[in-house]
Design a protein around this ligand. Sequence first.
Ligand SMILES: [Fe+2]
Length: 389
Amino acid sequence: MTGAFPSEIHIPDKVLSGKNGVLEFPGKAASFGSRGVIVHGASVEKNGLKSSLVPLLKKAGVETAWFCRGKAHPHALQEASVQEIRDVIALGKNTNARWIAGIGGGSVLDLAKAAAGLYHAHEDPVYYQEGGKLTEKGIPFLAVPTTAGSGSEATLNAVIINPGKKVKLSIRHPAFLAAGVILDPELLKTVPESVMAHSGMDALVQAYESYTSKNATLFTETLALRAIEMIGASLIPAAKPAPTDIQPTRLDIGERDKALHDMLFASFLAGLAFSHSRLGVIHGIAHSLGVLYGVPHGLVCAACFIPSIKMNREAMGEKYARMSRALGGDLTEKITTLQTALGITSPFKGKPVIEKEKIIAETLRSGSTAANPKPVEREDVEFLLGELF
Ligand SMILES: [Fe+2]
């Protein structure tokens, strides 16, 4: 029987939402201390957000050191690396930072989150990535997502790459929870179509895996099912404002704003849901495939979606029909239509499977795989690989 609530609930206690909410960031940040580090992606410089925030931060009496992922590490991987965590912590200590904020997509938020959480840690980040226990308290982490997908602003974990060992593993700790979150849908307006499509599919897969997770509770199911419904209705209009076959007329401004708003809020709900239920085999295999083939995380998740539904069809029972109702049609057909409309195809088809044994071993070891509704054996991973390649 599904329990009503997880044994512990972790929700950021300061969540500010609404149009242009990002302009409130300097005042909110000042309440955590007059010096901080802002980790961000290159888009924050290109779209003018940084130049709008600089005078407001000054006015609020906040001194900030800016860390641009792309600039500091031109060959930065999609996910944050252990070296970047060390670099952000060093920048914070050199500038006497009292908080660390992330303004960007999932990897930017994960980097800021891990650096804030490990700020006073005695060991190197690799130690915690490999399961070491964190006992020191970090400094506040503030999250301003600029994409709708990872849900990192709502979760307790940061996905980190150790390029030397070619592994991608989460560091997870209750103290990693954001102290403050700003959800501003205006920030999604400059997100490129492919990023919106891939990160939106990540959010949808996260909601699906949370909803069907072995650890699901009434609490997580409610959040996840609502996220599925909202993403199903808003991902195409959010990613494709121009006319398409499915949506023949250009969206008016109000419709587009609503789609972006719903995507941002739904990915937050999905993040809250999976943070309390864990995920499933898609996220179990996605880390290995993403690292080995250099494919964006959201695209790997999208490619694994239908194979996972086939694999879990029986184990998920009546949840299949409930997700279908939330999407307004048969789950498999709806996901297929959505992916076709977004131009998503498997990046693996026709390619050879490299390092098969490593993929299988890592998938079977994953905490996400452990939450999959059908217990996952070696032959299940082989089934997924057979469908993907
Ligand atoms: Fe994900």
